[in-house]
Design a protein around this ligand. Structure first.
Ligand code: 4NP
Length: 152
């Protein structure tokens, strides 16, 4: 299965999601392709935020080698599962894509634990260090649901 997580900057939330699900997939013997993207193009090529790196390292997840990649419409074709982290991210995608069959592939990551609610995963970029820990835990719960649902 090919999975992509999309947030705004691809430096805070989606890099953590990528790292968390990659580790869970490996731990479960699943040969999945897992990547992440950002829609706002403000941090292209940058490493994940220092605090995202720190929270991940404390959980034995190394995201230090990731680099922010811009979302492109092709991603909607390439990946089987496309998770947006928040509503503003989906709105950004809708600005560049109006193909309903592609948009219908997109899911909210938060729906894995709060079905049908389309809730945002809080953006820690606008928060405190503690928010990175809370966001990590929430993303971890969502990723566990993905593993439970799709592992054979
Ligand atoms: P992310 O957080 O979408 O979780 O990577 C953000 C990082 C940077 C900005 C916004 C959100 N920014 O506007 O620079």
């Amino acid at each position: 299965m090919k999975v992509v997580f999309i947030c705004l900057g691809n430096i805070c939330r989606s890099p953590m999601a990528e790292g968390i699900l990659k580790k869970m997939a490996v731990d479960n013997g699943l040969n999945w392709q897992i990547e992440s993207r950002g829609t706002n193009k403000l941090h292209t090529g940058e490493r994940p935020h220092k605090t995202s790196q720190k929270v991940c390292i404390e959980n034995n997840i190394d995201i230090t080698k990731q680099k922010a990649i811009d979302f492109s419409i092709e991603d909607l074709l390439t990946f089987d599962k496309i998770y947006v982290l928040a509503n503003d991210v989906l709105n950004d995608i809708k600005k560049v894509c109006n193909e309903n069959y592609l948009l219908s592939k997109i899911e909210f990551l938060s729906n894995e634990i709060y079905p049908n609610q389309q809730l945002d995963i809080f953006d820690p970029w606008y928060g405190t260090e503690k928010d990175y820990y809370l966001v990590f835990e929430e993303i971890q719960k969502c990723c566990q649901e993905i593993i439970n649902k799709y592992k054979k």
